[in-house]
Design a protein around this ligand. Structure first.
Ligand code: PLP
Length: 420
């Protein structure tokens, strides 16, 4: 019997259905035991499994030194762990080379890096940047800043009432002035999964490169950047059960090589004189200064953790929860789900008639149910649906049907309290 396969099967779909993953997350396991915490805010940031906490602890306890520069063994150990984590991200995203992966602070920093170093040099006044109406503010504001600086024009693909992109508008929005299309793989506020391969194909037909904000996709879906053929793919570690302060940008090597550096400093140079500097090869030239070594190592451990269960198992399980959640929440009178695409991650954004989302969140908290309320850093979506905010329950690897039932029970209590 293949021991690796058996272990994976053990921690596969059935393991998730039994709520087995919860025991891997000390905060949830302990809080569940003490106060019955129901955590439904993984889209904001996911909880951390013990293996990630241990990897970070082990690095600082026995493997830590600065990387790349030391000739001594400890520095080489830390360097190998850091570069090993880059290899894990490469395999996780299906990239051809580990040098195509640049570590950053998170999706926000990755998108700002690309705005500055990839798009800025190719934009003149009157050129166009294309985004969509479902973007997180991190994939809107860097482009607004770029447009203010250059005189470029920001355009967007509009939404449909189901919270999908109006893709039949895409061909006409891609003009000969479009310099980039930046689009999320999965919407944080709606859960919509965008048909990326099709979007990339349409953009490439017009020679427009595509930057993908994958912050909400990687915790739920297997990603293959080569099959998608996107030019860049950006994500944050903390939503993937990894540490905060670390994320990664995949980019095609031909792009990285053509891009000027972003930040200057140690580790990104080949040589420095008082007159000028020459730069290291990618990815080093985009990682100025001492990076988040422990973050990268922790992210590598998070990827191992998710791989052990299997992204396909996770997607299948979350699809089951999504269907159950739609049914369970459908029994709460006055509840309207915002974002009803047929292709969704396990995210329930909703409004409850007669009760402000902030009140919903506060009342649920008194039942130890943690949800997010507000505009979810996606105000244009709220404008489209003409609502100030939603309540959002977003699921992770550790959630079960019982969590959805607890949420529905909490919402029914709120309706009673507010007499709606
Ligand atoms: N993009 C999306 C779709 C997100 O949901 C988020 C965070 O919620 C971000 C970008 C920004 O991620 P971070 O704050 O980790 O940089």
């Amino acid at each position: 019997m293949d021991p690796v396969k058996t272990a994976t099967e053990k921690r596969g779909l059935e393991f998730l259905r039994q709520g087995g993953a919860l025991a891997d997350f000390p905060l949830l396991r302990d809080a569940r035991a003490k106060e019955k915490l129901v955590f439904l805010d993984s889209a904001a940031s996911a909880q951390k499994p013990q293996v990630v906490i241990d990897a970070v602890d082990r690095l600082y306890s026995s493997e830590y030194a600065n990387i790349h520069r030391g000739v001594y063994r400890l520095s080489q150990v830390a360097t190998e762990l850091y570069e090993g984590a880059r290899g894990k991200v490469q395999n996780f995203l299906g990239a051809a080379k580990s040098e195509e992966i640049v570590f950053v602070r998170g999706a926000t920093e990755g998108l700002n890096l690309l705005a500055h170093s990839f798009v800025r040099p190719r934009v003149k006044a009157g050129d166009e940047i294309l985004i969509t109406q479902m973007e997180h503010h991190s994939n809107i504001v860097p482009w607004q800043l770029l447009c203010q600086e250059t005189g470029a024009v920001l355009k967007f693909v509009p939404l449909t009432a189901d919270g999908e992109l109006e893709l039949d508008k895409l061909p006409e929005l891609l003009t000969d002035r479009t310099r980039v299309l930046a689009v999320s793989h999965v919407s944080n506020a709606l859960g919509t999964i965008n048909p990326l391969a099709e979007i990339v194909r349409l953009a490439h037909e017009k020679n427009v490169p595509v930057i993908v904000d994958g912050a909400q996709a990687v915790p739920h879906l297997a990603v293959d950047v080569q099959a998608l053929d996107c030019d860049f793919y950006v994500f944050s570690g903390h939503k993937l059960y990894g540490p905060t302060g670390v994320g990664a940008v995949y980019g095609k090597m031909e792009h990285w090589r053509a891009m000027p550096p972003w930040q200057g400093g140690g580790d990104m140079i080949l040589s420095v004189t008082m007159e000028k500097s020459t730069y290291a090869e990618p990815p080093a030239c985009f990682e100025a200064g001492t990076p988040n070594i422990a973050g990268a190592v922790g992210l590598g451990a998070a990827i191992d953790y998710v791989n052990e269960i299997g992204l396909d198992n996770l997607t299948a399980y979350e699809n089951e929860l999504l269907a159950q959640g739609n049914e369970i929440l459908g029994q709460v009178p006055g509840l309207r789900i915002i974002g009803t695409s047929a292709h969704k991650a396990a995210v329930f954004s909703f409004v409850l008639d007669g009760v402000h989302p902030h009140d919903v969140g506060t009342f649920l908290d008194s039942d130890n149910i943690a949800v997010r309320t507000g505009h979810h850093c996606a105000q244009p979506i709220m404008d489209y649906f003409d609502i100030p905010a939603t309540t959002r329950a977003s699921l992770g690897i550790y959630n079960t049907t019982a969590d959805l039932e607890a949420l529905a029970a909490g919402l029914l209590k709120i309706r009673k309290f507010f007499r709606v």
